[in-house]
Design a protein around this ligand. Structure first.
Ligand code: CA
Length: 761
């Protein structure tokens, strides 16, 4: 077994083993590092006992050493070519074609172009399957070069014992075999002989970023990995992950977290924006408050916030012009508005105007203010005023006002009271210029005809509205002694006529005088019959004498002076009735005066002695003297034979009303009435009785009744019926007697003689 050893340092020591193996021993290797590490030596060995096919050769190497040699560089080739003995079949090395690629089987790394060390025209793969590689050691030509050979060829195995152990180089690098030693080819990020040092990157101390690092080899050293994450609402700029590179640099710059941007907001029209930015302009956390200019109201959110998603909360607000109430044109007017921001909103300006005949009262223009109210008050179109009209005296005004009292369009009609006539226009109209059409009319009193005073009278007029016009009143009066005939006053009426008729003055009338009875009247009339000024003279007929004034005058009071005179008959002495008589006067002109006639009469049973009638003469004397009444005499009675007579006399012996009683002696019966009475006729009521001897009672009675008449006697023989008729006849006769002598009741001297009495029967 041959051994070869190599030392990369200056002091190389070669040692050849007994079995032909050269050995390079290294006690220690100073590798310029901080520590000394004693490593095993990398040595070459070859099979000095036999030749092997490539696979066998590899088995051999792997059994006793590490593997077939892996030629690392030309220096090694030179070394091997110089150190190894010649062998005619040369030596297998650890290169083989695997899948068509020449590969270092120890490291399974492909052969690099730079490392190729082929002999000329090799690898030629002369026969197929020249898949294994031999090295020409000490070949005359192409010494140290490689040749592809069939793997079944038997050659010496060129082995090496690796100095590199599995845990060398701190497992942070490639352990590279060197001749007799190794060196650590540290992986990126490591350094030091054993790659024990780790590349340090700058310590990361990011701000505003959440960092989560893993440090596999130490804080912020090679392969430290830091993952960055931003808080909600932040956007990361830069790599998410930073790795500490072997270059001591981080794989990227530390990322930054920037607040997520929201779209830039702008102030709304007519508004303002007031933003507070927590992390940056219009980024997460920014808060914008909106406000509007005076006169505008915010519609929408008052503030918006930039959210983590890059959107703003809420919607865009607007500034809307503050609304004022909608204005309308005034009556009879117009409205003309200019709107700055919108109909009837802040800034709107409305001007008012009025139609012809109207004038604006109030603000001519109004502006919608920021408070939503209009400046000024609502204007009105007021009809232009005309001067107030008043009714004419004694007239009336009747106005119709279209728009207001006495304003444009008002029409006033004039009329006059009854009795007045309108002078001027009947109506006036208020024009747009504030003046009335026409002139003011007036009411003129209607005229009546001029009046004049009546004869004997006066006129004194009161004129209310003008001489002898409507309303004028004229009072009439008359002079003393005259009375007004007709109206006392007249009034001028509305029709221009006077009330009533014209009066006149009439002399006052006194009662019409007439002549007194038995007198005469003789009047003289100044103004009319029996009127004021008339004078009447009175006179009486013969037999009469005037009692009272001889003349009377009609005074202004309508009375006559004095009392009415009368004609009094000349008086005669007063007469009285005689005893037992009566006086019956008819007075033509007065008691017992001229013309009076007095008749005397006597009571029944009396007879007048003297002139029956007397007359009062114009001289005041009676014709004849006053007569007397004397009682009528009945025949003187004598006592009957065989009887007695007893009489009583009122007025004289056996005169009217004398009573005589008869009586008979004893034994004698009185035949006839017991008592006789002297009647006014001058007869006794019965025949005087006779005293006779007693007889039949019935006959006596009849005899008594018939009272001595012849017929009575004849009746004795008649039946009772006839007697009754007779009785009635007698009764009628009594009545007939009364009719024929009506004055007999008054006591007038109706004297019936027996003869007359009988004749009537
Ligand atoms: Ca070949």
């Amino acid at each position: 077994m041959g051994t070869a050893a190599g030392l990369r340092s200056a002091g190389r020591t070669w040692a050849l083993g007994s079995c032909g193996i050269f050995y390079l021993g290294i006690a220690a290797i100073a590798w310029g590092a901080v520590t000394w590490v004693e490593v095993g030596a990398w040595t070459y060995h070859y099979s000095d006992r036999g030749d092997y096919a490539w696979e066998q050769a590899r088995n051999y190497c792997q059994t006793f050493f590490t593997d077939l040699v892996a030629i690392q560089n030309k220096q090694e080739i030179e070394y091997l070519n110089r150190s190894l003995p010649f062998h005619k079949r040369y030596y297998w090395i650890g290169i083989r074609k695997l899948h068509g690629t020449w590969t270092w089987v120890g490291t399974r790394k492909a052969l690099t172009k730079e490392a190729e060390n082929w002999a000329a025209r090799e690898p030629n793969n002369r026969r197929s399957n020249q898949d294994c590689v031999e090295i020409y050691i000490k070949r005359p030509q192409e010494s140290g070069k490689w040749n592809d050979e069939s793997c079944n060829q038997k050659k010496k195995a060129l082995c090496y014992r690796a100095s590199c152990q599995p845990f060398q180089c701190s497992q942070r690098g490639e352990c590279v075999e060197t001749i007799g030693s190794y060196r650590c080819e540290c992986y990126p990020g490591f350094h030091g002989p054993e790659c024990e040092n780790v590349v340090q990157c700058a310590k990361l101390e990011p701000r505003g970023v959440h960092m989560n690092c893993s440090h596999p080899y130490g804080d912020f050293s090679y392969n430290s990995t830091c993952v960055f994450r931003c808080q909600e609402g932040f956007e990361q700029r830069g790599a998410d992950t930073l790795r500490c590179l072997p270059s001591q640099q981080w794989s990227a710059d530390t990322p930054t977290c920037t607040a997520i941007s929201c779209p830039v907001l702008s102030a709304p029209d007519q508004g303002e924006l007031n933003c507070s930015h927590l992390y940056g302009d219009f980024t997460f956390g920014s808060k914008c408050a909106f406000s509007c200019q005076t006169g505008f109201a915010l519609t929408g959110p008052e503030s918006r916030e930039c959210t983590a998603t890059g959107t703003w909360t809420g919607d865009s607000p607007h500034c809307e012009a503050i609304r004022c109430p909608v204005l309308s044109a005034p009556d009879e007017g117009e409205l003309n508005c200019s709107h700055l921001y919108g109909d009837f909103t802040f800034g709107s300006k409305c001007t008012f105007s009025c139609q012809t005949g109207f004038v604006l009262t109030g603000a001519e223009s109004r502006e919608c203010t920021a408070t939503g109210t209009w400046t000024g008050d609502s204007p009105h179109c007021e009809a232009i005023s005309c001067p107030v009209l008043s009714a004419p005296d004694q007239g009336e005004l009747n106005c119709s006002h279209l728009h207001g009292d006495f304003t444009f369009g008002s029409t006033c009609a004039f009329s006059c009271q009854t009795g007045f006539v309108l002078m001027g226009p009947e109506s006036r109209k208020c024009t747009a210029t504030g003046t009335w059409t026409g002139d003011n009319p007036r009411c003129k009193a209607i005229t009546c005809p001029v009046l004049s005073a009546p004869d004997q009278g006066e006129l004194n007029c009161s004129h209310l509205h003008g001489d002898f016009t409507f309303g004028s009143t004229c009072a009439f009066s008359c002079q003393t002694g005259f009375v007004l005939m007709g109206p006392e006053s007249r009034k001028c009426t509305a029709t221009g006529t006077w009330t009533g008729d014209n009066p006149r003055c009439k002399a006052i009338t006194c009662p019409v005088l007439s002549a007194p009875d038995q007198g005469e009247l003789n009047c003289s009339h100044l103004h009319g019959d029996f009127t004021f000024g008339s004078t009447c003279a009175f006179s009486c007929q013969t037999g009469f004498v005037l009692m009272g004034p001889e003349t009377r005058e009609c005074t202004a009071t309508g009375r006559w002076t004095g009392d009415a005179p009368r004609c009094k008959a000349t008086a005669c002495p007063m007469l009285s009735a005689p005893s037992w008589g009566e006086l019956n006067c008819s007075h033509l002109h007065g008691n017992f005066a001229f013309g009076s006639t007095c008749d005397f009469s006597c009571q029944t049973g009396f007879v007048l002695m003297g002139l029956e009638s007397h007359e009062c003469t114009a001289m005041g004397t009676w014709t004849g003297d006053t007569p007397q009444c004397k009682a009528i005499s009945c025949p003187v009675l004598d006592p009957p034979s065989r009887g007695q007579l007893s009489c009583s006399h009122v007025h004289g012996n056996f005169t009217y009303n004398s009573t005589c009683t008869f009586s008979c002696e004893k034994g004698f019966l009185r035949m006839g009435a017991e008592m006789l009475w002297c009647e006014a006729t001058g007869n006794w009521t019965r025949h005087a009785p006779v005293c006779e001897e007693d007889g039949a009672p019935f006959l006596k009675q009849v005899l008594a009744y018939s009272s001595g008449t012849a017929l009575a006697l004849a009746g004795i023989v008649l039946s009772g019926m006839l007697i009754a008729l007779l009785a009635k006849r007698l009764s009628n006769r009594e009545e007939k007697k009364k009719l024929l002598n009506p004055t007999s009741d008054l006591g007038s001297p109706g004297i019936f003689t027996n003869a007359a009495y009988d004749a009537n029967l």
